[in-house]
Design a protein around this ligand. Sequence first.
Ligand code: ADP
Length: 397
Amino acid sequence: MPLTKELIKQALTGVAHPDGDDLVSRGCVLNIAACDQDASVRICYTQGHPDQPQPPRDTLSNLGKFAEQVIRAAAKAQDIENLGLVIDFVDHAGQVILKLKSDTKNTSDTAESNAKEQVPQNNAAAGLPGVKHIIAVGAGKGGVGKSTVAVNLAVGLARQGHSVGVLDGDIYGPSLPTMLGLETMDQAVIESTLQPFLVHGVKSITMGKLVDPEKPLIWRGPMAHGAFHQLIERTQWGELDYLIIDLPPGTGDVPLTLAQSVQLSGAVIVCTPQKVAQDDAVRAARMFESLGVERLGVVENMSYFIGDDGKEYDIFGKGGAQQMAQKLGLPFLGSIPINTALRQNMDSGNPTKNFEESTAGGPQLPSALDQLATHLVAQVTLASMSKSNQAPTLSIS
Ligand code: ADP
């Protein structure tokens, strides 16, 4: 007899939950997969109780080992001797908090479990379920166009056919409500899960829709960290190819903490061409390096100005950011000109207009933005090819 999901589910009804009932009837068993002699089970101990903290590791471990024994006994009753089993305990965000792996030796239903615990090494910074790449957009200082780049990258990627989300991590000065035109919309919440807005082809979420926009947000590091976490984890993102995070500007405590709190595929650094802006961008690049975050590239914003005569005017010293990127050995993703239409489109919450020649003040801006998205995809692909994707795990026997 093959191993089936039903068999495993039936076995798990025999595992009592410490708070009453069994794992299956409490809805804690989120997923069961079975193939030949291998099976995996995904369990959320606090399912249905999102405010309840996760229990100590020992509790999960004991429960997992008991679950393993009942599954093994059920498999043995079907003459399956060589069962390979993985039990993942996950939190509400779907993040694995404990993995139990066991192999073939133990086939007795009374014998000790042979499961080994594996704790994700980078537990504090895990990814998000269903989200392939999380990309932070940072800048050494405010006002260089970081949010503008984050939004236009998101819309550009969506226009190329990717499923994209954008999170306003700039919790002190959220710009997304204005730039995406969310002002008249209300934040939807279903069973304490935030529903992202879906406008301009991208999903988005911003603290600007959850707090009073008139009140300045004076949050210290830990509070900002908590707020950011709730924003990212409590949002029902669904399946995304890219989640773009607009980080707070600078290299202080808050952007540093936020950049560490989720597993990033990499970071984009936004800079204007002037020397002073470059110095700040170098600090931002070093911050990401010190955190072990892949630097996907530099964007030069407000690179040059195109006058009504169609000529390029070099106001801030075009190419400065590109040279800086070269010096640091970082990819250069492209430049965005200073463009009145861009400013107007962003102020009126119409980023899609930046991609149409007729509403973007000519062909330069749409082509520059399109190239940025293309180059970013290429860098993300290169980065994921060059690193062995899986974070290493520690085995605790
Ligand atoms: P940051 O996030 O770095 O503080 P923003 O993205 O909020 O900066 O941009 C600041 C202002 O500059 C916004 O009004 C934005 O519309 C404008 N801006 C940004 N980039 C450009 C550009 N290339 N051309 C014209 N205006 C721009």
